[in-house]
Ligand binder design. Structure first.
Ligand code: NDP
Length: 253
């Protein structure tokens, strides 16, 4: 029988206490990866511990759970180090942690602009920088960054979020060029609207409007994004780097 695609690999998934990150952690574990789970709030720790225990039981993999804020470079280093301490290597980094602070640009506070850039863009950079050193030594690595279709097309009321996600695309392409010769691939996923806590806030009217703009006439599921992340983390994606792959039900067509 063939082994699952990521048997024995070691993965760090930021922002994995719920939503897309939790689904990605599960998809990687289902493929045999040992997974380090993360979130920034002590309140999320219980969810992390519960998911970790479930993944160990269901897939027989090893896990660890680390509370840390990706926007803090020291926490990002600690996340990478604790993954290596737990599993010996760091083969896959999924930069999924993200926040929104929506509002029209004219009324947006400095804090709301800065917070979103700090977590979504600088947090992604912090974790990439922390993971790249061990990956360069290993001469292999997979980095998957969560961008958004909003980072490609823009969105009224999300100037901070769209700028952060457009930044993630530039970061992804630059790192792909810097790290390709070390056998490290760096790709971005650009989801459309996915059913999670982040999109729970949509009103019925907003949801109806959105669905009519999506070719497949529905929001996406976290598991659908997770399957793409697991593919990009696998050997089957070894020749894909610097790409931004939209997963949006045809919304951006
Ligand atoms: P959720 O809000 O459901 O989950 C976000 C996760 O990130 C939580 O685990 C949260 O835990 C964690 N997190 C937030 N801030 C930090 C931080 N500073 N450091 C570490 N962890 C943090 O989000 P989604 O699952 O909806 O989104 C996941 C990613 O996908 C995000 O990057 C988002 O921008 C992107 N995306 C989502 C779309 C959607 O429609 N849902 C569409 C396009 C992109 P805690 O609060 O405890 O820190």
């Amino acid at each position: 029988m063939q082994q699952p695609a990521l048997t024995g690999a070691s993965a760090l998934v930021t922002g994995s206490s719920r939503g897309i990150g939790a689904a990605i952690a599960r998809a990687l574990a289902a493929q045999g990866a040992n997974v380090c789970l993360n979130c920034s709030s002590e309140a999320g720790l219980q969810a992390l511990a519960a998911s970790a225990a479930e993944l160990e039981r269901e897939f027989g993999v090893k896990t660890c759970a680390v509370v840390g804020n990706v926007a803090d470079p020291e926490d990002a280093k600690r996340l990478a180090n604790e993954t290596i301490d737990a599993f010996g290597t760091l083969d896959v980094l999924v930069n999924n942690a993200g926040i929104t602070r929506d509002g029209l640009a004219v009324r947006m506070s400095d804090d709301d602009f800065a917070a979103v850039i700090d977590v979504n863009l600088k947090g992604t950079f912090n974790c990439c920088r922390a993971a790249v050193k061990p990956m360069m030594k290993q001469r292999r690595g997979r980095i998957v960054n969560l961008s958004s279709v909003v980072g490609i097309a823009g969105n009224a009321g999300q100037a901070n979020y769209a700028a952060s996600k457009a930044g993630v695309i530039g970061l992804t392409k630059s790192l792909a060029k810097e790290l390709g010769s070390r056998n490290i691939t760096v790709n971005a996923i650009a989801p459309g609207f996915i059913e999670t806590d982040m999109t729970d806030a949509l009103s019925d009217k907003q949801r109806d409007g959105l669905e009519s703009a999506i070719a497949l006439r529905r929001l996406g599921q976290a598991e659908e994004v997770a399957a793409l992340a697991a593919f990009l983390a696998s050997d089957s994606a070894a020749y894909i780097t610097g790409q931004v792959i939209a997963i949006d039900g045809g919304m951006s067509l």
